[in-house]
Design a protein around this ligand. Structure first.
Ligand code: COA
Ligand code: MG
Length: 295
């Protein structure tokens, strides 16, 4: 079973006030950050704050995750040692480049779980894919991750990816289209959730709505957000609408009626319905509801 991760909210681990707000903001997953949202000089203090926040704040039904520093930084092991005893449900590993990185984080998580008396394998892993190399290595990364039943999702780090590519970020996001499509393809091929890019322009709701709509249409399960105002619109756009649910129910009802008559394909509202359309209706109903667990 996987937690829903429609609104995947980052909050800097250096900011106690924001962590308190994030815990109560209604996100599906709250990601207490030790990586790029935290200034170098505040990183040690952020470790302590995060362990404290995990122990004392009420996150309601939100998943409690920590984004540690990646392997390039040499802080990763100490980050895990500091926060794992406080029992986050998930660890978000940035800068994942290869299957070897997945093996390494899995081993470190096992060690930290044993040391703090938690069930082995109980901490979920989410991998941020944010370089050209990582995009090329996706298949091996996914294989390693699912073999350990540890990896639950791939997160698209579009800003780092753009920098790595020497690309230019444009409003249409065409420069990201291949990578964004590739990530959601591999995620779905391996039964993982795909979490879409951050809309950094948090003051413009129209931009958020456009980018969230695209991500949901592409098959992403959720989206990274950086501000509480982004949570509700993202959750709404990653949840099937009443209209879509109504359509799916009618398709299934009509399909049952037609099947009884021995018919495969039939017409509904002037459109052909066959097996693939039925599957789309079923998958849409499986995604219904706001805080549901999606497997
Ligand atoms: N989590 C929880 N609370 C947040 C928040 C977040 N990510 N971002 C803003 N808030 C809070 C603010 O503290 C403020 O609370 P207050 O009214 O009680 O003071 C309220 O929401 C409104 O915030 P606002 O004034 O609009 O923004 P800001 O200038 O305080 O913060 C950012 C803007 C971008 C610095 C902030 O949203 C942020 O730190 N986001 C996360 C950045 C991050 O983690 N990046 C790395 C991952 S990509
Ligand atoms: Mg990044």
């Amino acid at each position: 079973m996987m937690h829903s991760r429609k609104a995947f909210l980052y909050v800097p681990g250096s900011d106690l006030h924001k962590m308190e707000k994030a815990a109560a903001a209604g996100a599906d997953c709250v990601v207490l950050d030790l990586e790029d949202g935290v200034e170098e000089s505040s990183k040690d203090a952020a470790r302590v704050n995060i362990a404290q926040a995990l122990r004392t704040l009420d996150f309601g039904s939100a998943e409690r995750a920590v984004r540690v520093n990646g392997f390039p930084s040499a802080r990763c092991e100490a980050d895990l040692a500091a926060v794992l005893p406080a029992g986050p449900e998930a660890v978000v590993l940035p800068k994942v480049e290869s299957a070897a990185d997945i093996e390494r984080i899995h081993a470190l998580l096992l060690e930290a779980e044993r040391a703090s008396g938690q069930a082995e394998g109980s901490t979920a892993l989410l991998a941020i894919i944010e370089s050209a190399r990582a995009m090329v290595e996706l298949e091996a990364i996914c294989r390693a991750g699912v073999a350990h039943e540890r990896l639950q999702g791939l997160v698209f780090g579009a800003e780092d990816f753009t920098a790595d590519m020497g690309a230019t970020r444009t409003p249409e996001a065409l420069e990201l289209l291949y990578a964004r499509s590739r990530l959601v393809l591999y995620a779905n091929a391996f039964g993982l959730q795909a979490i879409d890019l951050v809309t950094v322009n948090f003051k413009e709701e129209a931009v958020l709505i456009r980018e969230a709509t695209q991500g949901a249409q592409m098959g992403y399960a959720g989206k990274q957000v950086i501000h509480p105002a982004q949570i509700a619109p993202v959750q709404a756009l990653f949840t099937p609408s009443e209209k879509e649910i109504g359509w799916a129910k009618r398709v299934l009802a009509e399909a049952a009626r037609q099947a009884a008559l021995g018919k495969g394909a039939f017409t509904l509202d002037g459109q052909m319905v066959d097996r693939p359309v039925l599957r789309r209706a079923e998958s849409l109903l499986a995604r219904g509801g706001t805080n549901e667990i999606r497997s």
